[in-house]
Design a protein around this ligand. Structure first.
Ligand SMILES: Nc1ncnc2c1ncn2[C@@H]1O[C@H](COP(=O)(O)OP(=O)(O)OP(=O)(O)O)[C@@H](O)[C@H]1O
Length: 223
């Protein structure tokens, strides 16, 4: 089953002058697949990811996620859709440094309020354990190493059990050992839990080992 179906996307930026950044992009992503978006700097990778994340609504074409058309939806509807279905991991983790690791992971779930705070805390601890950072739960986020902080950011992305985890260079700031831990975790989430992983990466090795590579050349899908 295709979880994401993109048809004939064109994307323009108007500043400083009108420029077409994505041209006639169509693609399918199956549920549970681990997909990498690759291409040279400026080829449109982040722009495409941002569109698929539903945060940028100015585009021509169609994006269907989990059977829902994103084109033309109101911002509030999209924000709700994201909170329920999409988890994000960026190159820089954007944790709240003054808050504990546990609190950082719990926050998106407290916002959604689908479970009680006690249940959310238990779930957050389970995910931190899965990522091997449960021993750091009560520490301030700023006291962890870069690799540990990135794992906490992934735990935060997982707390609402998203259908899709999206990453913009999620291993870009990590040494090879920590990058391998993150890669293995994504692999495990897709193969064992059926979560769909979509990441922009410059790392050829990372891309080669994913299920599918979407390669952009000057805003078009190559091949
Ligand atoms: N908000 C914006 N306004 C105007 N132009 C933009 C904007 N964001 C991106 N661009 C332009 O769109 C093109 C594609 O940018 P994008 O960031 O998607 O590329 P990328 O492949 O992710 O690059 P990198 O690997 O360097 O991050 C570039 O020419 C960039 O300058």
């Amino acid at each position: 089953m295709n979880l994401i179906e993109v048809r004939n996307i064109n994307k323009y930026f108007d500043q400083p002058t009108r420029m077409q950044v994505l041209t006639d992009v169509s693609l399918d992503i199956e549920k549970g697949h681990f997909v990498s978006i690759t291409g040279k700097s400026g080829s449109g990778k982040s722009t495409l990811l941002y569109l698929l994340s539903t945060m940028d609504t100015a585009f021509e074409g169609s994006i269907r996620i989990n059977g829902e058309e994103m084109q033309g939806k109101r911002n509030r509807w999209l924000a709700d859709f994201r909170n329920h279905h999409i988890g994000f991991v960026f190159q820089f983790h954007y944790l709240l440094p003054e808050f504990s690791v546990l609190r950082n992971v719990m926050l998106p779930a407290l916002k959604l309020a689908r479970y009680s705070p006690a249940e959310i805390e238990q779930r957050a601890m389970d995910i931190l354990k899965l990522l091997g950072v449960d021993g750091q739960a009560t520490k301030r986020a700023s006291l962890l190493s870069g690799g540990q902080q990135q794992r906490v950011a992934i735990a935060r992305a997982l707390i609402n059990e998203p259908l899709i985890i999206m990453g913009d260079e999620p291993t870009g700031n990590l040494d090879s050992q920590n990058a391998a831990i993150v890669f293995d975790l994504f692999r495990q989430l897709s193969s064992e839990r059926g979560q769909t992983i979509l990441t922009v990466t410059h790392d050829d090795d990372f891309a080669r080992r994913s299920d599918k590579v979407i390669h952009l050349v000057d805003g078009r899908i190559a091949g």
